[in-house]
Design a protein around this ligand. Structure first.
Ligand code: T4K
Length: 378
């Protein structure tokens, strides 16, 4: 028997930030107050880089003020030009990072199920001007990394993964973040691991990390030398303190997310027209999102389901509607026509991300599932 219905006094949002114990953050901040090293690669920044690399199972990591700046610098670090094949089914920052680098986004289609770029569509989008591929591990589901790497090798293209959603995800060969030339994380408040605002680039070697570390610090090599057109994209000690205090709590937080996802799967299985996410494509999933599909044979369309949930104080999100390519800024892009990415168009019409976060109560999940059962079973 499900527990009794909760009484909602406040809306239930798609996510709620995971926070470390405040006392642990304050303890770290006491050291900052003593040292008066607030930013520019201070000791907490360095410690977090080391601890994250160890936790994530990668060699080198460079911290950033946010994921968007990390994407900007990752693309810059690879000295790209021309066209970059990317997905329209993502947060707009993915394409904005290309435009800020003077690169042209070329929108290709995604795959059913994992929502990552479709290798066949990537290959069909390659032109003599293509220099790289920018796929997204959408919702933390791994892209087809092997097929994408094969294409990159065949056509001599770089691969930069937007791994904003993929903190802690593992595939059969270890960390998903090891794939591609670079992988970029977001530590925004809404992410599995957050530093309020923050991000990182996973680098394959020390030389690349050095270049990236310089780029995020105005391009300075030393006091007298600026070697590249850099930017200020550094993470401060305050944000690093939040990350250091949070990291020891992350395994438990992911386990809580998994529990919530399993409860949804158990409660929503078999509803006609409602397709549930498949987390089994990762060796270790992070349950960052719980995207369901309201299929065309469902009794109501996706937007009507959103309205009904909202009327009960539940605020899911339609990530990622509209598609990036449908925003006004990208309308004049030659590849913006929806005919080029039918799978992404359908996903943008059907996906609904239900609330999921570590302290989401079972009673709330039961209530959300009751509302959905009423809609789908009539
Ligand atoms: N690449 C991808 C694939 C991304 O998804 C993102 C960011 C990026 C790159 C860029 O990384 P960052 O530069 O952001 O590090 C949110 C986030 O702002 C954004 O980080 C994220 N993707 C995107 C998918 O979601 P919104 O517009 O949905 O945020 P907002 O403010 O509506 O937040 C969603 C819900 O979360 C709210 O309804 C309530 C809750 N919330 C939010 C915040 C900020 C809280 O409870 N507390 C909070 O502090 O974009």
């Amino acid at each position: 028997m499900p527990p009794p219905e909760p009484r909602f006094h406040e809306p239930i949002y798609v996510t709620r930030p995971h926070l470390p114990p405040l006392a642990d953050v304050v303890q770290l901040l006491e050291g900052v107050w003593e040292r008066r090293i607030l930013t520019n690669g201070g000791p907490l920044h360095q410690q977090l880089e080391q601890e994250l690399a160890a936790y994530l199972g990668v060699e080198h990591i460079s911290l950033f003020a946010n994921g968007t700046l990390a994407l900007l610098v990752a693309l810059k670090a690879l000295r790209l030009q021309g066209e970059v094949i990317t997905t329209p089914f993502s947060f707009v920052a993915t394409s904005e990072a290309l435009s800020w680098n003077g690169l042209e986004p070329v929108f290709a289609d995604i795959q059913e199920g994992c929502y990552g770029l479709d290798p066949a569509s990537i290959e069909a989008s390659i032109t003599p001007r293509t220099t790289a591929i920018l796929p997204v591990h959408c919702y933390g589901f791994p892209c087809d990394v092997e097929a994408i790497q094969r294409i990159a090798d065949d056509y001599n293209l770089k691969v930069i993964y937007d791994a904003a959603h993929a903190f802690g995800v593992e595939c059969h060969c270890g960390s998903l973040l090891q794939h591609g030339d670079l992988a970029v994380l977001s530590f925004h408040a809404t992410k599995v691991f957050n530093t309020f605002e923050g991000g990182a680039i996973v680098c394959p070697d020390a030389k690349t990390k050095k270049r990236i570390d310089r780029l995020k610090n105005f391009g300075f090599v030393d006091e007298l030398t600026v070697a590249a057109n850099g930017i200020n994209a550094k993470m401060s000690e305050l944000h690093a303190a939040v990350g250091l205090a949070q990291l020891p709590t992350i395994d438990a937080a992911i386990a809580q997310r998994q529990r919530a996802a399993e409860l949804y799967l158990q409660q929503l299985g078999g509803l006609p027209g409602l397709e549930l996410p498949d987390f089994s494509t990762a060796q270790r999933a992070n349950y960052a999102y719980f995207p369901v599909r309201v299929r065309s044979d469902a009794p109501k369309d996706r937007d009507a389901v959103v309205e009904q949930l909202r009327s009960h104080g539940i605020v899911p999100r339609r990530y990622f509607h509209p598609l990036i390519s449908q925003f006004q800024y990208y309308c004049s892009n030659p590849t913006a026509s929806p005919s080029g990415y039918p799978v992404a168009v359908r996903a943008a019409e059907e996906v609904l991300c239900l609330p999921i976060y570590p302290d989401l109560e079972d009673t709330v999940i039961y209530r959300i599932c009751d509302i959905l059962r009423n809609i789908f079973l009539g």
